[in-house]
Design a protein around this ligand. Structure first.
Ligand code: PHE
Ligand code: ZN
Length: 880
């Protein structure tokens, strides 16, 4: 919560801490109303610092006692102002003893120590530890922790913290204790405790070096039937990191704890990962294929942080992508390797590209655009973004593309050799990659320092006499806030050339021979690459496997795109060709719809879609992705002035025509991709369900009796949540007479499963028929609460971000509603409120009439009393 005017913090102002902490002993007397926290810190002056005094951060704490080297400090010996406690005169060696009080039950921010369903949890990243005790709460202060927990034994039978359990026992008055010791130095943001009534699934697991590790997944009673997949994913993660990177679990015990009130996905606290229930709990009855994939990815992600984040951490929060970009890349590679096939790997890559276009490119083009390594922030919580995470992962992936898998591994090895147990910078990672491979990666630094999505413009010229193909590649990057001009990036551009038969031509470029794909390195504003020995005029396939996070412009003809869509050996570019064909048409249809002229879809496109749909030599998952049209948000990003309703009509029209024209083939593929028998979340089965369900979605977009009966039957008879949800969505979107009853049945069947009720709200929020008035009435449902982030997101975020035609209603009612909810959420949970505030980022791209209403809503929020720093930063940047 804001105490005075928000201050901007700059990366360039970094100074090392004046004092280092060697050991931390923490004692907790846990009570929901008043918890007593006692801390003993051994500190010493930092030889690398020129500053004098000790600086501790603390927020919403009541200070009870403060002693330095045994002597009580009084006001005057120390000063507290704006959440900083300063002791200006201190000896070189210091033992500080601090006693503070905090009220977990009153803490609705879910940051620091809080209560969820009667249990205690902590969340310390980024700056939550200062809500627990006064401490130099910054990631470059790494210390060894010992933690004593005391609590009522009946209410909180389970007491957990980081590292190893060293002692436990009973205390008077029905209380008990547990003492935990973490053998590794860590920054305070990785501290965690849990005091709760929970149960666990556990097993011992043999590590690479023969040691046994105890693995546990802790959940509330009644959820032990939903922990198998998380446990399996944890074991797979441990094995994978050993095999791919030679990295072993460094602890004897590794715990995952699920909590239903959580701001983010999960948190990598050392040895005690705390997870949003959404990324732990699954069985076929309640979880979809997408949920299963999410669990595998997030369990992997948090586990991989143990090395990339925990053993080697960030010097300061500007370096956040050092751990997040790298760890997202690692979890992406893990998920791809778990599928195992090249085509399965390509589908994961397609999904990553979709996320970038759906969320990161818009961020990079809007008022919150920032470099992967930001230069400034007001509230660090606002910088846990798709840029830091997903674009950061793309940056890491480019090292691997440039250096090869082995070269990348060498760089990783050197990184750990140099920096184990240190807090370092993004530049240190880049230096390790460069030095391990004897490469100059100086220019590559611009991927960290320059915001904005680069635009790669390509053109080709074939010379039949000399058998050459000249590919001219040029780059530019749009201005972003604070960065009017950009310098050229070092861009790996993977290129193949297709012959008329659709096969890759052998490549020789710059005298060097390649296989079917050459990785060109564009470093100048413009460069010409000359392929020699090209026997026929080729169709270029540029940016294969999406080799860089850029927008590619190439003047493809429809025929060339159809050729690539039918033949490209690179599945990502094959998919991409289909997306380009669809996008061109969606834009034309949108314009036609806006002008009220006749909408038409050409046979060529429909036949191309049919060919993919029925091509059984292709994986079902690939076909599903190829049939999935660019989202309304992606279309909006291509328009100068966004017309949400016209986009919606155009996309619906296209879906309906596909449904009508391919009806027989869609029915046939539906039948051919049933997955009878026991549910399995594996990629092949999930792919079949995906294809079958997109067939159902198209059929329902052109509803007739058969499609309606099919959706109803699937809803009634489905043996898993994936098929249930798909059927229900089809019924809702086609405005079937059966939709209302199905929704009611769904609710009654799952009213005990919070994560399924979230889906129930989410499906309705995103339905084209749901307007603001209906969202308001859903908010009055007894199961709705703003206090639970998953529930708030399921309704508010899915409406604001997933239902653009209704959210942007011409009367501005969506914006007024948005403003109300941002302000209401801000009182409870500023972090979640600030995320909702981001839904207005792109407001300047709408018609003047909509802009005016959006501006009014933004100003309304800006003028609200006692607005948090979090929301203030987002709104101020949007309005600036
Ligand atoms: N560090 C967490 C992750 O990416 C995300 C997180 C940030 C969780 C802040 C909670 C609070 O895995
Ligand atoms: Zn992370």
């Amino acid at each position: 919560m804001r105490t005075d005017t928000p201050q901007t913090i700059y990366r360039k102002d970094y100074t090392p801490p004046a004092y280092l902490v060697d050991t931390v002993e923490l004692g907790f007397d846990l009570d929901p109303e008043t918890t007593i926290v006692a801390s003993r810190l051994t500190m010493r002056r930092n030889p690398d610092s020129t500053e004098a005094g000790i600086e501790l951060y603390g927020q919403n704490l009541k200070l009870v006692a403060l002693r330095m080297n045994g002597a009580t400090l009084r006001e005057g010996d120390y000063r507290i102002s704006s959440n900083v406690l300063r002791i200006s005169k201190a000896p070189d060696q210091v033992t500080l003893e601090i006693e503070t009080l905090t009220s977990p039950a009153q803490n609705t921010t879910l940051n620091g120590l809080y209560v969820s369903n009667g249990n205690f949890f902590t969340q310390c990243e980024a700056e939550g530890f200062r809500c627990i005790t006064y401490f130099p709460d910054r990631p470059d202060v790494m210390a060894k922790y010992t933690v004593m927990l005391r609590a009522d034994k009946q209410k909180y039978p389970v007491l957990l913290s980081n590292g190893n359990l060293v002692e436990a026992g009973d205390l008077p008055d029905g209380r008990h204790y547990a003492k935990w010791e973490d053998p590794f130095k860590k920054p305070s943001y990785l501290f965690a405790l849990v005091a709760a009534r929970l149960v666990c699934q556990e097993e011992t697991f043999k590590l690479m070096d023969g040691r046994d590790a105890l693995l546990q997944v802790w959940v509330e009673d009644g959820n032990l039937d939903k922990t198998d997949y998380a446990m399996q994913s944890l074991k797979n993660s441990i094995r994978w990191d050993e095999e791919r990177f030679g990295l072993e679990l460094d602890l004897d015990r590794f715990m995952i704890v699920a909590v239903s009130d959580f701001n983010m996905g999960a948190m990598e606290n050392k040895g005690l990962n705390i997870f949003n229930t959404k990324f732990v709990l699954a069985n076929s009855r309640v979880a979809t294929d997408v949920d299963y994939a999410g669990i595998e990815a997030v369990v992997g992600h948090e586990y991989f942080h143990n090395w990339t984040g925990n053993r080697v951490t960030c010097r300061d929060w500007f370096q956040l992508s050092l751990k997040e970009g790298l760890t997202v890349f690692r979890d992406q590679e893990f998920s791809a390797d778990m599928i195992g096939t090249d085509s399965g790997r390509a589908v994961t890559r397609i999904e990553q590209v979709r996320t970038l276009r759906q969320a990161q490119f818009p961020e990079d083009a809007g008022p919150m655009a920032h470099p992967v390594r930001p230069d400034s922030f007001v509230e660090i919580n606002n910088f846990y973004t798709v840029t830091v995470y997903e674009k950061g992962a793309e940056v890491v992936r480019m090292y691997q593309t440039l250096l090869g898998r082995d070269g990348f591994r060498k760089g990783m090895d050197l990184y750990f050799k140099r920096h184990d147990e240190q807090a370092v910078e993004c530049d240190d990672f880049r230096a390790a990659m460069a030095d391990a491979n004897g490469r100059d990666l100086a220019q590559f630094e611009r991927w960290y320092s320059q915001a904005g999505t680069p635009v790669l413009t390509a053109s080709g010229k074939y010379d039949a006499r000399w058998l050459t193909f000249e590919l001219t590649l040029s780059q530019s990057c749009p201005a972003t806030p604070g960065q009017p001009d950009k310098l050229p990036f070092h861009i790996p551009v993977a290129v193949g050339l297709l012959g008329a038969d659709g096969k890759d031509l052998p490549l020789t470029v710059g005298g060097k021979q390649h296989g079917g794909t050459a990785v060109l390195e564009l470093t100048e504003a413009s460069q010409v690459f000359r392929f020699t020995g090209v026997k026929e005029e080729p169709t270029p396939s540029i940016l294969r496997d999406f080799s860089a996070p850029v927008v590619l412009n190439y003047p493809y003809t429809d025929d060339e795109l159809l050729h690539l869509f039918s033949h490209d050996s690179d599945p990502v570019n094959r998919w991409e060709a289909g997306q380009r064909l669809a996008m061109e048409r969606l834009l034309k249809l949108t314009a036609a719809s806006a002008h009220g002229s006749k909408q038409e879809l050409d046979d060529t496109f429909i036949e191309a879609m049919r060919k993919i749909l029925v091509d059984e030599s292709l994986d079902a998952a690939f076909r599903e992705n190829a049939l999935l049209l660019p989202s309304e948000t992606m279309v909006a990003e291509q328009m100068e002035v966004v017309d949400p309703q016209a986009i919606h009509r155009a996309r619906q029209f296209m879906r309906r025509v596909i449904g009508e024209r391919l009806r027989a083939d869609l029915h046939a593929q539906y039948d051919a991709n049933l997955t009878p028998g026991d549910y399995s979340p594996d990629a092949i089965s999930a792919g079949k369900r995906g294809l079958k369900n997109i067939a159902l979605a198209y059929l329902s977009a052109a509803p007739d009796e058969h499609s309606d009966a099919l959706a109803r039957r699937q809803f009634d008879e489905a043996g898993n949540m994936t098929d249930r949800v798909a059927a229900l969505v089809s019924l809702i979107h086609s405005e079937s007479a059966g939709a209302a009853l199905a929704l009611e049945k769904f609710y009654d069947e799952f009213d005990n499963e919070a994560l399924v009720i979230d889906k129930w709200f989410a499906m309705q929020a995103a339905a084209p028929g749901t307007d603001v008035a209906m969202v308001r009435s859903l908010m009055r449902h007894p199961a709705f609460t703003l206090k639970n982030p998953n529930r708030a997101r399921s309704l508010l975020f899915n409406f604001a971000n997933g239902n653009p035609a209704q959210f942007h209603a011409p009367d501005g009612s969506g914006y007024a509603y948005w403003a109300e909810q941002v302000m209401a959420l801000d009182k409870l949970n500023p972090q979640v409120a600030a995320r909702l505030a981001r839904s207005m980022d792109r407001w300047r791209r709408y018609s003047p009439a909509l802009q005016a209403q959006m501006k009014t809503a933004l100003q309304k929020v800006a003028g609200a009393p006692k607005l948090s720093n979090d929301v203030t930063e987002v709104i101020t940047k949007a309005l600036s």
